[in-house]
Design a binder for this molecule. Structure first.
Ligand code: GDP
Length: 329
């Protein structure tokens, strides 16, 4: 048995070729939900959905989000209606008093669909509608995710990190904003001051997550702050990771990130934006997989391979290095 911790890009890339090394039937994937938003009343879970669509062989692997070949008629119409009726295309929060009204899971990240700022495909939207309806029937996100996995024929067990609301809020020079507003609405441009996981002190990992964290854990190449940080902020997760073998694949080659805002976010949170900073952020890690061009000297065992993953073959190579590190770690 093995458990992968996942954001929306790095770990899914690894999972895409991991089945040759890790039997999907013995694999659990715990996905970050701090990035989730409610958009036009529908709960969108970007990291869970990437894992869901990947497992169902439907993912758009150019972008690592959305369904391959999906149409966007509803999205296009929403934008057209907005612009023609005088509303710009931009993130539009519901009023403050609505942020904690309605569906509890969506607390602090409730947006209008006017000027829809995230691209949501038509089939993709059906998933959000289906999810939100099951939540409104009173089911937990864990239960709903299991149903969606059955619907997409996903080979792994996929778990949301929590059934409680946790919202990743980036405090910037332009004020606080949800991660999706920062990253999609503002292209990650405002200078970051700090990151808050709103709700985390009152949130727990689901029992299934606690169980999964008793197995060996793989932290795929992920943004340590906004993809893994929300999980580490949940009660008991750090302790659980300290008690089980953990292998981390670096999302950096020394101080070069493959993609995304991990460097800026780490710097804002006081870590060196590099593999060394990742190691510092993960004191519970027992071993690391680093790129062959990454000479970072770490105080824990290291397995080196080419960690760039452009296809399933690359992913299988990195998965083999992870298995080697788990044996030695
Ligand atoms: P998000 O949820 O989309 O923000 O993404 P994740 O946190 O899941 O993954 C983002 C991280 O994946 C970034 O820090 C990248 O550097 C890293 N990454 C992306 N592609 C690769 C790759 O091919 N190899 C490695 N090692 N890391 C990658």
């Amino acid at each position: 048995m093995v458990t992968f911790l996942s954001g929306g890009t790095g770990t899914p890339k690894l999972l895409a070729g991991a089945d040759a090394v890790f039997d999907p039937g013995d694999t659990t994937v715990v996905a970050n939900t701090g990035d989730d938003v409610e958009l036009g009343g529908l709960l969108v879970c970007p990291d869970l959905d990437t894992v869901l669509f990947l497992g169902g062989d439907e993912l758009d692997e150019e972008t690592w989000w959305g369904i391959d070949g999906d149409t966007s008629e509803t999205h296009d119409e929403l934008r057209l209606l907005s612009v023609e009726s005088g509303f710009p295309v931009e993130p539009r929060y519901l009023p403050d008093d609505r942020q904690t009204a309605g569906r509890r899971l969506a607390n602090w990240r409730r947006f209008s669909a006017v000027g829809e700022f995230m691209h949501i495909g038509d089939r993709d939207r059906a998933v959000h509608l289906y999810r939100s309806s099951l939540l409104d029937e009173g089911r937990s996100l864990s239960d709903v995710t299991a149903r969606l996995c059955a619907g997409f024929d996903v080979p792994w067990t996929v778990l949301p990190m929590s059934d409680d609301p946790v919202a990743t809020i980036v405090h910037t020079e332009d004020g606080p904003m949800h991660f999706q507003e920062f990253w999609i609405g503002h292209d990650g441009e405002p200078a970051i001051e700090s990151v808050e996981f709103r709700g985390a002190v009152d949130a727990s990992p689901a029992d299934s997550v606690r169980d999964a964290l008793t197995d060996p854990v793989v932290v795929g190449p992920s943004n340590p702050i906004t993809s893994i940080g929300p999980m580490l902020a949940l009660d008991g997760v750090r302790d659980a990771l300290a008690d089980t073998p953990v292998v981390v694949v670096s999302p950096f080659v020394e101080d070069e990130v493959f993609s995304g805002p991990a460097g800026e976010l780490m710097q804002a949170e006081g870590y060196d934006p590099s593999t060394a900073g990742v190691a510092e952020a993960y004191p519970f890690a027992d071993a690391f997989v680093l790129d062959t061009h990454d000479d970072t000297d770490l105080d824990r065992p290291v397995v080196r391979t080419d960690t760039r993953m452009d296809d399933d073959e690359d992913a299988a190579r990195v998965a083999n290095a992870v298995a080697e590190a788990l044996e030695g770690g």
